[in-house]
Design a protein around this ligand. Structure first.
Ligand code: ATP
Ligand code: MG
Length: 250
């Protein structure tokens, strides 16, 4: 790795400690009101917002570090549970956008209830019960980051609904995310994976972003020896499917 790159990654890495201190401080003020003093409703609201934003920053820092690791070809497969991985990714997304929904997901006891909660918010989750409970061996932070990015896009570009399908196929995890939005014309199927490339959302409202998510997804997928396919056309919605080989043992 070049010296410049190490400097940048090291700087990002060193953001973790001060962020953890800020997070712990805000949490103490919120949860130890007996010790630090009673908060007014308004003060509590401000602190909760500050906490959410600290979490956003922490997620961004770990995403940046994960990409750095990936660039160096570092893949760490660990034993993880499909349900925890997928539920965790949903929580990371909704923690930032919809507090109430993330609380509902956190409190949700089983898969069928989770499917219902998500469906009420336009997200259909398709996964078999026995695969949902499976322990698999893969690089969990990378897979979560991939899923989060695809899901974020689908939620951002959908008209009404999003569909997530998780299956096992010939020793690989296949994760598909589709939406019913504007879709992506064939001529852009390569370019959307380039850094900073964004299509002009003609006919649709402009959406914010940096055009980096899919470029990062591609790096992570390739580093794990996986593949990514896109099925989409103008006006037809989009379906992104990633196939990631499952390791036999960790
Ligand atoms: N599900 C989708 N439906 C329609 N267009 C999409 C979809 N996903 C991606 N795109 C197009 O591909 C472009 C690149 O996507 P990418 O995720 O890399 O960037 P972004 O979402 O614009 O920004 P960010 O860096 O925040 O992810 C988007 O700007 C959009 O034009
Ligand atoms: Mg994106």
């Amino acid at each position: 790795m070049g010296k410049e790159r190490i400097k940048i990654d090291f700087l990002i890495h060193d953001l973790k400690v001060p962020l953890a201190v800020v997070e712990a401080g805000i949490k103490s003020l919120l949860t130890r009101q007996d010790k630090y003093g009673k908060l007014t409703e308004k003060q509590e609201k401000v602190l909760r917002r500050a906490l959410r934003n600290t979490k956003i920053t922490q997620t961004l820092v770990s995403d940046a570090l994960e990409l750095g690791r990936s660039r160096e070809g570092v893949v760490h497969s660990i034993s993880c549970n499909i349900s925890e991985l997928i539920r965790g990714a949903f929580l990371e997304i909704f923690d930032l956008t919809d507090d109430r929904l993330s609380e509902e997901i956190r409190a949700c006891p089983d898969l069928s209830r989770l499917k219902q909660i998500l469906l009420d918010h336009g997200v259909e989750l398709r996964v078999e019960e026995n695969f949902w409970d499976r322990e698999v061996c893969l690089d969990e932070p990378k897979v979560k980051q991939i899923f989060r990015n695809l899901l974020n896009n689908a939620l951002k570009y959908r008209r009404h609904s999003v569909e997530v399908e998780i299956i096992e196929e010939k020793g690989a995890l296949v994760l598909s995310v589709s939406d019913d939005g504007e879709g992506i014309p064939q001529e852009y199927h390569q370019r959307i994976f380039e850094c900073y490339f964004q299509m002009n959302g003609e006919g649709s409202c402009p959406v914010r972003g940096h055009g980096l998510g899919l470029a990062g997804v591609m790096v992570l997928v390739e580093d794990m020896g996986g593949t990514l396919t896109l099925e989409s056309d103008q006006g037809q919605g989009a379906k992104f499917s990633v196939k990631i080989p499952l390791m036999r043992e960790c």
